[in-house]
Design a binder for this molecule. Structure first.
Ligand code: THU
Length: 161
C-alpha cells in the first residue's frame, strides 16, 4: 500500500479592488448575471461570466424549476452555452459570484462538484487550464489556477479509452 497525496492551492484576494482590472470587469459581469438568476426556491442566486480566447464574454445564472433536479447551476448554464455557440474557442477564465436572501455570503463560495465535473471536461478538451475566480456577494475573491486543482483524482476521458 502506498499513499498518494494531491494538494490544492487557492489564492485569496481581499476584495474586488485587489483583482487585476480585467478580472474585476469579468466578475462584475458575473454579478450582473447573478441579478438575473431565476432562483425562487432556494433564494440562492449565482452568476457566472467566462472569457473566451476570441474575446467574447459569456454569462449565465442558475435556473431553477418546480421539479427541483431539473434546474441548472449558473456555471453549467454559461459553459454549455459557450460550448454550443463557440465550439472551437478556449475558455480562459470564469468568474462566479453567489448571493443568498437567507444567509450571509461574504466569503468565497466555490462551484459545486457537478459544475467542477462539467467544467473540467472543457479544460481537458481544450488542453488549456481554466482560471476560476469565485466569491460571495461581496468581500474576498478566491482564485484557482485550474478546474482540476479543485477536482483532484479527476474522472475524465482518459479513463474511457
Ligand atoms: N448553484 C449554482 O448555480 N452553482 C453552484 O456551483 C452551486 C449551486 C445553484 C443551484 C441552485 O439553484 C442554488 O444554487 C442552490 O443550490
Amino acid at each position: 500500500m502506498k499513499e498518494i497525496k494531491k494538494e490544492s492551492t487557492i489564492y485569496v484576494f481581499d476584495d474586488l479592488q485587489e483583482l487585476p482590472s480585467d478580472v474585476a470587469y469579468l466578475m462584475e459581469k458575473a454579478m450582473q448575471a447573478r441579478s438575473r438568476a431565476y432562483a425562487p426556491y432556494s433564494n440562492f442566486e449565482v452568476g457566472a461570466a467566462l472569457l473566451l480566447d476570441n474575446g467574447e464574454i459569456i454569462t449565465g445564472n442558475n435556473q431553477e424549476n418546480a421539479s427541483y433536479p431539473s434546474g441548472l447551476c449558473a456555471e453549467r448554464t454559461a459553459i454549455y452555452y459557450a460550448g454550443s455557440q463557440y465550439p472551437e474557442a478556449k475558455v480562459i477564465r470564469m468568474a462566479i459570484s453567489a448571493s443568498s436572501k437567507m444567509t450571509a455570503t461574504d466569503t468565497p463560495i466555490p462551484p459545486c462538484g457537478a459544475c467542477r465535473q462539467a467544467m473540467v471536461e472543457y479544460e481537458v478538451k481544450q488542453i488549456h487550464d481554466i482560471e476560476l475566480y469565485f466569491m460571495g456577494a461581496k468581500g474576498a475573491v478566491a482564485k484557482s489556477n485550474s478546474v482540476v486543482n479543485l477536482l483532484p483524482f479527476v474522472f475524465d476521458k482518459t479513463v474511457l479509452f
